[in-house]
Ligand binder design. Structure first.
Ligand SMILES: NC(=O)c1ccc[n+]([C@@H]2O[C@H](COP(=O)([O-])OP(=O)(O)OC[C@H]3O[C@@H](n4cnc5c(N)ncnc54)[C@H](OP(=O)(O)O)[C@@H]3O)[C@@H](O)[C@H]2O)c1
Length: 245
């Protein structure tokens, strides 16, 4: 167990209702933080039967991050914010991202909302000298043949990390990110629930296994912690070496 201490800290995880964000939410909670998560379903109870969604002990709010006016109007139930994790993500299969609607939907969730939510909480984070963690993807560093919007949105997320990191450093805010490899979540079921595709993917991962939400959470806590106090604008690949292969 990595011994990070977030006692007394308030953390908001956008996309904390599921998968990597949910695993990260529990890691922050176990490290003492008060953790708020956003997801798309009306209440926490709506996730009761969903694998990879454990809302126990977390403060849940429903927010469609593509509704930028709703994000703007959001009145936070917390008095201060120390860490903002932007872990929302979506993808469209069957070449839908080559069409305008699919392209726009993915860009809105994966990059436009990342910018707008960062801006929304900038002053809160300046007050606490807090930090932002943006979850992008190794897809942001290479071609992703059937998913042009996913890849472009993740490249933009990597870029935002750098520019916001530089722009807001003088406000005391650090902006960093992780680029996951392949983790079995509801986003990747199309690959990870298919034996042939999953085994094919694992064969390309030097670590010889898929990543887990817990594997992603450790680097996120590190980047948000004082151990990373002089790290800014960086995206850390957390992929079992996949990008090396
Ligand atoms: N899994 C991987 O292999 C992998 C690899 C590289 C990068 N990533 C990135 O990791 C992040 C987390 O993904 P995941 O794999 O953990 O998938 P996931 O389990 O599907 O989680 C995605 C999260 O984003 C939320 N979300 C999606 N659209 C939203 C919207 N319009 N408004 C608000 N929230 C929205 C989902 O809310 P609901 O729970 O309500 O659906 C969920 O909390 C994403 O940015 C993804 O691109 C994942």
């Amino acid at each position: 167990m990595i011994g990070f201490d977030f006692a007394g800290k308030t953390v908001l995880i956008v996309g904390g209702s599921s998968g990597i964000g949910n695993g990260t939410a529990h890691k922050f909670r176990n490290a003492g933080a008060d953790v708020h998560v956003w997801g798309t379903r009306p209440t926490a109870a709506n996730y009761a039967d969903e694998e990879g969604s454990d809302l126990e002990g977390l403060h849940y709010a429903c927010m469609n991050v593509s509704d930028f006016d709703a994000v703007d109007a959001y009145e936070a139930p917390f008095a201060k914010l120390d860490v903002l994790v932007l872990c929302q993500g979506t993808v469209r299969y069957r070449r839908a991202e080559f069409e305008r609607q699919g392209w726009d939907e993915v860009m809105d969730v994966n990059v436009n909302s990342v910018m707008h939510i960062s801006q929304k909480f900038k002053n809160n984070l300046a007050d606490t000298k807090g930090s932002i963690i943006i979850v992008s993807s190794i897809s942001g560093f290479r071609a992703n043949i059937g998913n042009p919007a996913y890849a472009a949105s993740k490249a933009a997320a990597v870029s935002l990390c750098k520019t916001l990191g530089a722009a807001w450093a003088s406000d005391g805010i650090r902006v960093n990110g992780i680029a996951p490899g392949l983790v079995a979540t509801k986003l990747t079921r199309v690959t990870t629930d298919n034996d042939r595709r999953r085994e094919g993917a694992i064969a390309r991962i030097p670590a010889g296994r898929l990543g887990t939400p817990d594997d992603m959470a450790g680097p996120i806590l590190f980047l948000a912690s004082p151990a990373a106090s002089y790290v800014n604008g960086q995206t850390l690949m957390v992929d079992g070496g996949l990008a090396l292969a």
